[in-house]
Ligand binder design. Structure first.
Ligand code: SF4
Length: 236
């Protein structure tokens, strides 16, 4: 498993060993190792919607290694999400790379018709999230993501470190084993900023047309209501 002959190769044995090793370590230890190992070739993605990304942003900022932070902007996010990205950049003194889709909303409507998110949300996510992420990840050898096992069935097998064949890089999910409660404990203990909509009945936040307030314990409830879809596709 090598990437263009330039990145370190990662055998399954090595990944298994690292997963075992980091399972018993604090998350900060894994992030310290990862940011040292990859330097400017590792990127953190943060949606400024869910709380997990904010925990990782705080932890990575504390390491002061200038780790790049990538914000996928579909052009359809909540005003609170954009405001949080700006506030976080100020607070942590970091530059956030904001990636937008190649197609403007107007061009998408002209080419695909109105409200594609209602008719074909997979196609809409493909244009506005999946393709921009693939392009944005190209320069990197490793990707830090905030997904957790307890978020959904599709994430239940998430490993701390896994080879991502779609993007040909090492995907690192430092919070894979964290609970929702642990995330909020960290946020409150360290006064980490978070999206205020999470206090207003939204258990999970994405684009405005595809996110609703929801009750219950499902942390992904309220996303793509009326569709079987539970993932935008960037973590599949
Ligand atoms: S979440 Fe909805 S609006 Fe956003 S890209 Fe996906 S389908 Fe389109």
């Amino acid at each position: 498993m090598t990437r263009n002959g330039t990145a370190p190769g990662w055998t399954e044995d090595e990944l298994n060993r690292l997963n075992r090793e980091f399972e018993t370590c604090p998350v900060a230890t894994l992030l310290d190792w990862a940011t040292t190992q990859f330097g400017p070739q590792i990127v953190l993605t943060c949606s400024f919607g869910g709380p997990s990304g904010m925990v990782l942003l705080d932890m990575v900022a504390r390491l002061e290694r200038g780790t790049p932070v990538l914000f996928l902007d579909s052009d359809l996010l909540f005003p609170e999400t954009y405001a949080l990205a700006e506030a976080a950049a100020q607070r942590y003194g970091i530059t956030i790379e904001r990636r937008r889709p190649a197609l403007s909303l107007k061009d998408q409507e002209r080419l695909e018709g109105p409200r594609l998110y209602e008719r074909e949300p997979d196609r809409c996510c493909g244009i506005r999230k999946v393709a921009p992420l693939a392009e944005a990840l190209q320069p990197y050898q490793a990707w830090i993501s905030g997904i957790r096992r307890d978020q959904s069935k599709t994430r239940a097998e998430t490993r701390l470190l896994e080879w991502n064949t779609r993007h040909n890089l090492l995907k690192i999910n430092p919070l894979a084993f964290w609970s929702e409660q642990a995330v909020w404990e960290y946020i409150h203990a360290h006064e980490v900023p978070y999206n205020p909509l999470l206090d207003r009945g939204y258990p999970s936040l994405g684009c405005m047309p595809c996110t609703r307030p929801a009750n219950g314990k499902d942390p992904r409830a309220g996303r793509w209501a009326g569709h079987a879809k539970t993932e935008c596709g960037i973590h599949l």
